[in-house]
Design a binder for this molecule. Sequence first.
Ligand SMILES: Nc1ncnc2c1ncn2[C@@H]1O[C@H](COP(=O)(O)OP(=O)(O)OP(=O)(O)O)[C@@H](O)[C@H]1O
Ligand SMILES: [Mg+2]
Length: 330
Amino acid sequence: MSLKEIFENQPERRYIMFGGKGGLGKTTLSATCALWLARQGKRVLLFSVDPQASLSDIFERDIFGKGPVPIVENLWAQEIDADKRIREYQDEIRRKILDMYGFDRVPEEIDNYISAASAEPAMEESAIFDAVVDIIVQGNYDYYIYDLVPLGHALYYLSMAKVYDEWINKITKLREEMRQYDQMAATLRRQQALEEDKILEELQYIKNRINASSQILTDKRRTAFFFVLIPEEMILLDTRKASELFARFDVPISGYVVNRVLPPHLEQENLPVYLKNRIAMQQKYLAQIRESLGSQVLAYVPEMERDITGLPMIERLAERLFQSSNDLNP
Ligand SMILES: Nc1ncnc2c1ncn2[C@@H]1O[C@H](COP(=O)(O)OP(=O)(O)OP(=O)(O)O)[C@@H](O)[C@H]1O
Ligand SMILES: [Mg+2]
């Protein structure tokens, strides 16, 4: 099967991810796929949580922290600004404290505590996680393409959904148990029982959101997870290990895309030894890829003459990424 056939035959797969090690072409292929789908008339949101603003680079526009930015008809790109998200969290916490205790300003010790807590790396992860959940559960687009950060982080993100889920399950259960006692005492402490209910409600709300998004991301019918690799020895080894890891997190891999393949027709030309060797090396690993992954490879993408930036260049790459299966082999 080709990538094109995957999209044509499985229209219910609306959550698309390109994963793989750093620098192999995840952002490039996500953007290429997004543009192709938009040209087919689908409403597409391409989004990223990468603080490196990689979508801004590839589209040559400032997208960072601006919400969904229209790129061409049917295509929007969004780069989540995690820091901004954390600042919004802080403001919300401050406001809640003011409301709850009737202060007219947040006491200094509490404010210091809020700032310190926000400097924790977990806070950034949680802000990012929350932003992704927001995007995924809103459902305004035909396709959501998630431009992932390198492998380890993607796994971290998915494992976090599981950890969160367990944690919230425990707390919810505790709360429910406590509620029985609260109800007994409710006549005496009416006010407090009401507050406990509110906390339980909030926990259930968070739990439902997390369930909704992690279910989507691990649901084979709705999610397509493509793995990007290049024909090099280390990458082949890593890819094998990674696919085992992903299996453990229940992330179904829909297929592989081999990027940066040197055009083999170069071989006939009078090449410097250096390039000849590189092509020979790639051919060796391409043979290994064909042998071990075979029909799971959905596209071979050539090495272009320069970095992929700007719409015309992305468009050219899209033609190669979505060519039909009979001319798939490099
Ligand atoms: N087929 C290709 N031909 C030429 N250049 C390419 C090709 N694919 C990717 N590149 C270039 O390689 C660089 C890395 O690609 P990209 O940013 O898409 O990788 P990434 O996997 O998203 O990296 P990161 O892990 O840092 O997010 C970019 O400069 C991109 O333009
Ligand atoms: Mg990237």
